[in-house]
Design a protein around this ligand. Sequence first.
Ligand code: ZN
Length: 328
Amino acid sequence: MGFSEIIGHQRPLEILRLALGNGRLHHAYLFVGPEGVGKRAVALALAKASHCDETANEFCGRCAACARIQNGNHPDVRLVEILEGKKEISIKQVREIEKELNFRSFSGKRKIAIIDPATSMNLSAQNALLKTLEEPPQDSVLILIAPNAGTLLPTLRSRCLRISFGPLARDEVARYLMSKEGINQDDASLRAALSMGSLGAAIRFDKDELLEKRRSWAALLLSLKDGDYRGAIEAAEAIASNKEESLRFLEWTETWYRDLLVHAATENSEEMVNVDMLTEIGSQSAKGNFERMLASFAQTARAAGRIQRNLNRRMVLESLFFKVVGER
Ligand SMILES: [Zn+2]
């Protein structure tokens, strides 16, 4: 084991390893990036490298310290998550971390607390954490992990050193799936493309269920013809009934329009997500109007944001589909 076995994230790792080597780790980090790309793995690697019995500023993954960190029972390293049956990270959990970070270290090395996802702290929990950040305990490192920083208090964000994690490269994901998960090459390439750089998603998703869903979503989009407002209204009704499903649909629809645009611009399938639907993408893109595809793509992203903010789903989807059938 060691840093070199972590997939991707060269830049974040460089920054962190340099700080680790110089003994100048920041007292608080904010790791921001998509779900499932390995932010927590990097946070745990940093903790292991701080405590490993075998090497300095690196980790072996085998010693007692590394094993205890991996299993979540090292006395100086604490991972704070949403407790089972709960919806958020509570102020009580935050106060416990504060207390623990102020205790003397058991090992004599730095104390580390990882909060994942930090965005699930409610406002009072965030305010409580702010106090810890204002007077950071000596030799302690706090790592906040979040898919985006948007719902964190600005005062909290500004006290953390922000490190951005991007999606993983497609071939990195595919290679991992083949070598570590024993998945065959075709399946691995498709999963890598569909997961859009999230290793977690590539491993987790139920491929058959997703393929089935995509087929019906694609059929729905392909059924929308120019000027067919009635069809647009019906499509909105069909998708709107469930919030999670609406968001999944929009997440996929964004990849669909993106693929149409990529096809129109370059025809380069390496850049496309829906690599098993190239025929449909080709014919749709060829007869589509570039401006309108672009408008549909932009509107899809906006629609997802509106549904996340709990605006009326049917109306949001209707206005998207009106764009698709050609409203100006
Ligand atoms: Zn070790």
